[in-house]
Design a protein around this ligand. Structure first.
Ligand code: DLL
Length: 402
């Protein structure tokens, strides 16, 4: 592996440097930039003829991050996804509606292989054509829904427009991930779809979905530690943090062949908990990821995470789980505006009611975030829905900075 050989050489790391597991913290980090600098496959550790699959994740700028798998990696991935789906209580008796995108994105095929491995019936519907998805869920008696949490809500909303209540279908479990979602969002989804909503986490650079998942107790995501070694570091200093403290998740692959990563800085913020779970699993758990280090908005010097805004908004009666955060710069001052969809009944209300709601949201945001934000109430269904990952933040300041 020329990349790591060179990197270790630069840091004076030799095989003798590593004697115990704790010595891992002496190894240098790998980060997204290393993928970019070595685009497309400079980090591969096997010759091209051993690579049987390529996936890629699209970033916000420039070239995608390209990842590779050997036949052995596909087997490992299938195994961790079979476990993931089983952790959700899914068996061969289930019908799995898989609405994660098929293609270069790892979501669709990752779930597909895992669900097939356990013998479930897989519907490889992928994203899009939402009305047809509702029809298929009804007609095929789907019991498990796999998609992003934002798409789950969109499905529920579209179903209602069609006069279908998803709570009355056979759906009983949802395995949702690929983007951050708050506990409040979980409550909304469970209430609207009538299912147990579980969180799944993963990333292309490490394997795709299948790094960790919640069990029915919904108290943290079990990390498959026999394949992925997890650490938490302080995002600012890179110093290791003890269990229980929130920081950036760093992952090392233990079994990957085509593209092993050593101390990969995921950018995702979470904390680890080694206590055994009520389900009996002893795998370390990670808290529901609350956002990314690079999603953190610094508005007038204050750190703001989109997840904080989501939690505040969804506690307010009449607010729908659809919002967008717009950051701009006006006369060299940062300006935060939050667009919030309100329910049909609120929208039909008198102006006075709307003004009161707007004020309430503004006050709650101010109390919760410590900075003022402008609030714009928008009509039901006016914020763009997503079939994959939702885009919650529009940072117009980037235009000026780049
Ligand atoms: O999103 C893999 C995946 C597919 C996970 C389907 C779960 C379900 P990427 O496109 O490479 O891979 O994006 C990875 O998405 O670093 C996180 O920032 C975010 N992410 C993934 N799962 C969660 C989650 C797939 N459960 C990036 N909660 C990661 C919060 C998540 N963020």
């Amino acid at each position: 592996m020329p990349f790591y050989r060179q990197r270790f050489l630069e840091h004076g790391i030799t095989p003798q440097s590593i004697r115990t597991l704790d010595d891992v913290t002496r190894l240098p980090f790998t980060c997204k930039r290393d993928f970019r600098d070595n685009y497309p496959l400079g980090l591969a550790a096997v010759p091209r003829e051993r690579i049987v699959r390529i996936h890629a994740s699209s970033g916000t700028t420039g070239k995608p991050t390209v990842v590779a798998y050997t036949a052995g990696d596909i087997e490992t991935w299938t195994e961790v996804m079979a476990r993931t789906i089983t952790t959700g209580g899914v068996t061969r008796n289930d019908v799995v509606h898989n609405a994660y995108g098929y293609g270069l994105f790892t979501g669709g095929l990752g779930f597909h292989y895992g669900a097939e491995r356990i013998g479930a019936t897989v519907i490889p519907v992928s994203g899009g054509v939402t009305k047809r998805q509702i029809m298929l869920i009804q007609d095929l008696g789907s019991t498990v829904l796999c998609c992003t949490p934002s798409y789950a809500l969109y499905l529920a909303e579209t179903a209602l427009e069609m006069g279908v209540d998803l709570r009355e279908t056979a759906l009983r479990v949802g395995i949702f991930g690929a983007e951050p979602w708050s506990e409040r969002m979980r409550q909304e989804i469970e209430a609207k779809l009538g299912l147990l909503a579980l969180d799944i986490y993963g990333l292309s650079e490490v394997i795709g979905p299948g790094v960790s998942v919640e069990c029915e107790h919904q108290c943290g995501l079990h990390i498959f530690e026999d394949h992925f070694l997890a650490e938490i570091v302080d995002p600012a200093t890179g110093q290791s943090l003890p269990y229980g403290q929130r920081g950036e998740l760093v992952l090392t692959t233990l079994t990957k062949e085509a593209l092993p990563v050593i101390r990969y800085r995921t950018g995702d913020i979470t904390a680890l908990d080694a206590a055994p779970c009520a389900c009996g699993r002893t795998l370390v758990r990670m808290a529901k990821p609350s956002g990314r280090t690079d999603d953190m908005l610094i508005v007038r010097g204050i750190n703001v995470f989109p997840s904080q805004i989501e939690t505040i908004l969804l506690q307010i009666e009449g607010v729908q789980p659809h919002y967008q955060i717009i950051v701009d710069r006006q006369h060299s001052l940062d300006d935060l505006e939050v667009w919030v969809e309100v329910s049909e009944t609120v929208f039909a209300d008198e102006i006075r009611g709307l003004e009161a709601l707007e004020r309430k949201i503004r006050d709650e945001l101010h109390n919760g975030l410590g900075i003022s934000a402008r609030v714009r109430l928008v009509e039901p269904r006016s914020i763009q829905r997503s079939e994959g990952k939702a885009k919650r933040v529009v940072d117009r300041r980037e235009v000026y900075n780049s």
